[in-house]
Design a protein. Structure first.
Length: 317
């Protein structure tokens, strides 16, 4: 038996495959949300296990609603619900659960069924697909200002909107930045990342980004100065600096990330593009981005959160 095809990181997929996943997600959005169509329930009788070690809002709601739309059933198995890591190893849990379900949304290497990585320390592929979809919609609708208020993003392919964009990352060298680096340059999107001194991405990821950028002409920049990263940016992106499990280091981290809060003043001073936009995968804290930016017309955060559903739908499909 050949090993099933997993979705662990966008690094495993070609530019064309990523475009198609995003494009399919856009079609699902127009069909389900705007045209109110139902599917022929391709996943009828199928069960997806969601094995999460941390609490989840967007991923859980997006995945459960997506499975229902496709006719399948999802089963949320949090660390409080099953023996995971208590009386049983992840390896044993993966083997047992995968013998009873058709797919797993988690990080489970020993599964005999396809695994979708909902989030790991190294990668966060479902989030980056949602980000790509959000970027496509933003660029498309910006250029179609005449049809304001109408959803027309399905009428243009993402390969026409995404290449040439410049993304500024201001924050931690975490799984979101690393996933960006293995997908964005491949699609011709430049990434300028500002992280505090001592915060660096894995070497294998930097190597992939540099190799991809040589082929597409995208630029990669690493700096410790937010203003350098933000210069000429189409979109400024950040994420939480103090996630679950890092509370003990809060004081030290807050000190190291001084000057990294995204504000209108920062964007203006650094010379972001006049029509720059803002993204954040949520949940957000005040020290990462102030209310003025977060709740402004420039902010794409709630569309980005909703698009988790459509891109997970595309991956499941």
């Amino acid at each position: 038996q050949t090993k099933p095809h997993h979705f662990l990181t966008t690094a495993d997929f070609s530019a064309e495959q990523l475009y198609e996943l995003v494009n399919r997600a856009i079609q699902f959005k127009i069909e389900a949300k705007y045209e109110k169509k139902t599917t022929d329930k391709p996943l009828t009788g199928k069960t997806l296990a969601l094995i999460f070690s941390k609490r989840s809002t967007r991923t859980r709601v997006a995945t459960e609603s997506a499975m229902t739309y496709l006719g399948g059933h999802s089963m949320f198995l949090g660390s409080q619900d099953i023996q995971l890591g208590v009386n049983e190893s992840l390896l044993d849990t993966s083997r047992v659960v995968s013998s009873m379900v058709d797919g797993i949304m988690a990080r489970a290497g020993e599964s005999t069924v396809p695994v979708i990585n909902a989030l790991s320390d190294k990668y966060h592929p479902t989030q980056i697909l949602a980000d790509l979809m959000t970027l496509h919609e933003h660029i498309h609708h910006r250029s179609q200002s005449a049809t304001k208020g109408q959803y027309t993003a399905h009428m243009q392919h993402p390969r026409e909107t995404l290449p040439g964009l410049r993304i500024a990352w201001v924050g931690d060298a975490n799984n979101i930045l690393q996933e960006m680096l293995v997908s964005f340059p491949k699609l011709g999107i430049s990434v300028a990342a500002a992280c505090p001194s001592g915060y660096t991405c894995a070497e294998d990821i930097v190597a992939i980004a540099k190799s991809d950028s040589k082929k597409t002409g995208a630029q990669i920049l690493f700096t410790t100065k937010p203003d350098e990263a933000v210069k000429d940016a189409d979109v400024i992106v950040t994420d939480t600096w103090i996630s679950m499990g890092q509370e003990a280091e809060k004081a030290r981290r807050l000190n190291e990330f001084k000057g990294y809060q995204v504000t209108m003043e920062m964007a203006k001073r650094a010379g972001a593009k006049p029509d720059w936009a803002f993204m954040h995968c949520l949940p957000r804290k005040q020290e990462e981005v102030d209310d003025e930016v977060f709740y402004s017309d420039r902010s794409l955060v709630f569309t980005e959160a909703e698009n988790r559903k459509w891109t997970i739908l595309s991956v499941l499909d």
